[in-house]
Design a protein around this ligand. Structure first.
Ligand code: ZN
Length: 183
């Protein structure tokens, strides 16, 4: 595994529509392994292949373990993911992005989504996701179409620099959003 460089706003790959993956093999496995290591090192809760300058439809998401709830970390890898169903219900919450370091914004997302795609071996998989996981999946799938969270805010005043306090480790929703940002 290797840590790859995360490209930032202004890099053209972030704005490209990523290609569908048709070849499943060692190269794809390597990309996924590298993306997981890169996401964990950042640290972040999600990463899309275009963020490591690979314009292919691959995302990884990891929900951190919750010690209070005694739940382990949950890792998801999706190749060619698609949103097949989205709830009418939407919710606005803070988001950050490893490719837009230092900024947060309030973004409206579907509360519940059904995602269909493949795993790293090409096997079909499908999940129903709620709340925070649904939010991260929508954020990462947007990356595959060249869409960033700053395009989704209802007005630009909702984008703001991250505060020192938040960086130092705030709690709750903000901390979760901060988990998307580099330290
Ligand atoms: Zn992002």
């Amino acid at each position: 595994m290797a840590i790859r460089e995360i490209i930032t706003l202004g890099h053209p790959t972030l704005r490209q529509k990523a290609r569908k993956v048709t070849k499943f093999g060692p190269e794809l496995q390597q990309l996924v392994d590298d993306m997981i290591e890169t996401m964990r090192t950042a640290p972040g809760v999600g990463l899309a292949a275009p963020q490591v300058n690979v314009a292919e439809r691959v995302i990884v998401v990891e929900l951190p373990a919750d010690e209070e709830e005694n739940t382990p970390a949950e890792l998801y890898t999706f190749v060619n993911p698609e949103i097949v169903k989205a709830s009418r219900d939407k919710e606005e919450d803070l988001e950050g992005c490893l490719s837009i370091p230092g900024y947060l914004g309030d973004v409206e997302r579907h509360v519940e989504v059904i995602i269909r795609g493949q795993d790293v071996h090409g096997k079909p998989q499908r999940i129903k996701a709620y709340d925070y996981l649904a939010r991260i999946l929508q954020h990462e799938i947007d990356h595959l179409d060249g869409v960033l969270f700053i395009d989704r805010v209802s007005d630009p005043s909702k984008i703001r620099p991250i505060t020192a306090e938040e960086t130092a480790g705030a709690t709750g929703e903000v901390a979760e959003a901060v988990a998307l940002m580099p330290k």
